[in-house]
Design a protein. Structure first.
Length: 127
């Protein structure tokens, strides 16, 4: 039995892939446009503002990482700049691979240094 694809199989596969890409682009455009109307053009993580041509650097992040979950109220979205969005997804991948880091679970002792302990005295001396 041969596994070589015929021209018609390849054409059918190309059409299916092209249609899937078109559908994804339409879906993404729809929720992107809605989210840009709902939310201020500011990255929810770093606070950077976007306008004009730079607006293309602002992305829609799905909080639950499900790109098909697009509620009408936008409750699953947040606008993130390209850098924060990449960082968010990397953290998600790391968490899936290595597990979530739990505070206090490391071998390091808790911090005991109190940088502002003498602040009251310092400010009193300035008067």
């Amino acid at each position: 039995m041969s596994t070589k694809k015929t021209g018609t199989d390849e054409d059918k596969q190309d059409r299916i892939i092209a249609e899937a890409r078109r559908n994804r682009e339409l879906r993404e455009k729809a929720y992107r446009e809605r989210s840009l109307k709902m939310y201020p053009h500011i990255c929810a993580r770093c606070g950077r503002e976007f306008a004009g041509k730079k607006l293309r650097e602002l992305t829609v992040h799905h909080k639950d990482h499900n790109h098909d979950n697009n509620p009408p109220d936008g409750g699953n979205w947040e606008l993130l700049c390209l850098y924060c969005h990449d960082n968010e997804h990397q953290e998600y991948l790391d968490e899936g691979s290595f597990g979530a880091a739990k505070p206090g679970a490391g071998n390091e002792p808790p911090a005991t240094y109190k940088p502002f302990a003498a602040l009251k005295d310092l400010l009193r001396d300035k008067k």
